[in-house]
Design a protein around this ligand. Structure first.
Ligand code: FES
Ligand code: FES
Length: 153
């Protein structure tokens, strides 16, 4: 089946089964490999992208459910001023260790700061709870979110 998707501000067409997870459409059909496969079961957050600004797990989102919602991935999030600030803070604080989880972390952090520009620690914990990091970079992730929000690290 053909699907027309809006991805990072561009219209892209793909020919896939409707139950194909968005993650595989992004990675395999469109070559947008910044979004990672971790658990495949909505448990780790590595595959997080935005649908109309809301963070979703691309591994559990069938492409037929995307409809005309705007998809933003790690490749496009820097076009958004909040996403750009988050990426700058990530670099300044040197957050990643192996890096595998970090695209998903940045997508969740950007959605958080768009909805809540000055989150307190509890709000950060709640928003980032579903993004696991096997390298345990959690302290630097929180510091980067605070920096990107203009709050003291
Ligand atoms: S790969 Fe989607 S949540 Fe883990
Ligand atoms: S930086 Fe390695 S899993 Fe998060």
């Amino acid at each position: 089946m053909a699907f027309k998707l809006t991805i990072n501000g561009e219209t892209r067409e793909v020919e896939v089964e409707g139950d194909t997870p968005l993650l595989w459409v992004l990675r395999d059909s469109l070559g947008l490999v910044g979004t990672k496969f971790g658990c495949g079961a909505a448990q780790c957050g590595a595959c997080t992208v935005h649908l109309d600004g809301t963070p979703v797990r691309a591994c559990m989102t069938p492409v037929r459910r995307v409809g005309d919602k705007a998809v933003v991935t790690i490749e496009g999030v820097g076009k958004d001023p909040v996403g750009a600030r988050v990426q700058e803070a990530w670099k300044a604080i040197d957050v990643p260790q192996c890096g595998y989880c970090q695209a998903g972390q940045i997508m969740s952090a950007t959605a958080l700061l768009t909805a809540n520009p000055k989150p307190d620690d509890a709000a950060i914990d709640a928003a980032m709870n579903g993004n696991l990091c096997r390298c345990a970079t959690y302290i630097r992730i929180k510091a980067a979110i605070r920096a990107a929000s203009g709050q003291g690290v």
